[in-house]
Design a protein around this ligand. Sequence first.
Ligand SMILES: *[C@@H]1O[C@H](CO)[C@@H](O)[C@H](O)[C@H]1NC(C)=O
Ligand SMILES: *[C@@H]1O[C@H](CO)[C@@H](O)[C@H](O)[C@H]1NC(C)=O
Ligand SMILES: *[C@@H]1O[C@H](CO)[C@@H](O)[C@H](O)[C@H]1NC(C)=O
Ligand SMILES: *[C@@H]1O[C@H](CO)[C@@H](O)[C@H](O)[C@H]1NC(C)=O
Ligand SMILES: [Zn+2]
Length: 468
Amino acid sequence: MLLNPIVPLALLLVAPYTPEVSESCLSQYYYGTHGQQNVFITGDDDCLAEATLHLTSGAAVQLTEDVQQLVWLQHQAVDHSIKPATFRDEFDVFFSRLSVPPAEVSDSEQTVFSNQNAAKLLYRTESSALISVDPATALTLDLHLPRFWKASPLPSSPVPFIPVPSEAVERVKKILHGLKFDPVVASIVSNISVPQLRADVRYLSGESPQSEIVSRHSFSKGVLIAADWLKANFEAHGASCTLKPFLSGFAPNVVCLYEGSENTTETVLISAHYDSRGSFGSVRAPGGDDDGSGTTALLGIARVIARKGLKFRKNVQLVAFAGEEQGLYGSRYYARELYEKGANLTLMVQADMLGYHAAGEPPQLGLPDVIGTREVTQLVANLSAIYSPELKVGFTPACCSDHQSFHTNGFPATQVFERAGPIVDPMYHNSGDLSDREGYDFEQIKSIAKVQFATLLHTAGFDLPEHY
Ligand SMILES: *[C@@H]1O[C@H](CO)[C@@H](O)[C@H](O)[C@H]1NC(C)=O
Ligand SMILES: *[C@@H]1O[C@H](CO)[C@@H](O)[C@H](O)[C@H]1NC(C)=O
Ligand SMILES: *[C@@H]1O[C@H](CO)[C@@H](O)[C@H](O)[C@H]1NC(C)=O
Ligand SMILES: *[C@@H]1O[C@H](CO)[C@@H](O)[C@H](O)[C@H]1NC(C)=O
Ligand SMILES: [Zn+2]
């Protein structure tokens, strides 16, 4: 794939997201936010000259004509206690295997990488890299990457650079400023059942003898079983669901709606991703924490909606995304679709990894420090203090789940995560990510799900049946 017939192209990597950049000519050449860097590709010299005035930091890379699919690789923010001392070497080994020209690859290696032309390393820092590979390889890189690295393919053409509009931020601020404890909300959110959360996670992870799921990797058989099971279970709890395919080969997004009682386009969305990732070379990808926990929290919320006979005033969507592990694919497509339809999203909250905390640590809620809408994050933090005071709230550098797709399409968005700090789950991206293990805490999942649910209730508004 050629990005642009004009060569040489300059590739710019820009660290901070500033209003100056979004208003400059560079905004036409935006290729998304990857890791925590904004990527722009342009051959427009005038714009480059103008842009350098706005950039406080960043790097430029020269692109050549033979560039294929560009993929950003990011080392995740993991705690030093689980970070291998060899993490730099792991990347080098991975890349050297990837970059062997096809002629020199033996048959056994060929099955590992289908790379038609040798991959190229274009940019590298200690914790990130930009590579060029053939498009088929780009989609399956997660199967080969060292454990803590995540891939995020760049789009094939520029995407709009859409800041969250100030009216949308004002709307969130209004909810935030009107916030006070509501005993009815407290009683509803506390109805989430821990034994039911456990049963649901065990089905999704394949720990339950009733489950045939071995993996929920985006291309697996099990992920399709999970999709049907999620749709059936959300529908059994009053939602209308659609399996929405987005890209050939990937499992679909599971999109579930509760129509509001008011005549309004306003919509509140809560979500998780139901695909998972296992260990290199293993077919098992149980994803008990990542992100069986967030998916189960959504289902736990749906169960309470039905049990209490809740009717929302605004429209509500519960969405389980696929393709997250390959680079936020499911949410990228869905957020784009909502943007193109002019959807009126008040806010969205993604739950990704709610279950784990280290021995001796209190239950926690981690909120994103960079990617997301500050006002939504503040709203969630305040609701946590009100409805789940047992959680210690703080920021996490663990970055870049599906809320990013919404934030970069101009929708107010944030994420809830299990730890006020970097990832510390020793089974992260591992085939041992089961729910039945030390450190996996269902009470913490419930506490965080209460916060996500309270955000939904305070934002969408609701009524209970008269007999309640
Ligand atoms: C939200 O929490 C902050 C402290 O974290 C507090 O200063 C502020 O008053 C709270 N706002 C509301 C509306 O409760
Ligand atoms: C949830 O509410 C139902 C009745 O509406 C009650 O029977 C059940 O015990 C409650 N569960 C929890 C965990 O509070
Ligand atoms: C809903 O609102 C729209 C626009 O505000 C209006 O055109 C429509 O008639 C309303 N529908 C009902 C059922 O009130
Ligand atoms: C979103 O909904 C609000 C409340 O009904 C309305 O005031 C606003 O105009 C809507 N915005 C869009 C873009 O439809
Ligand atoms: Zn995840």
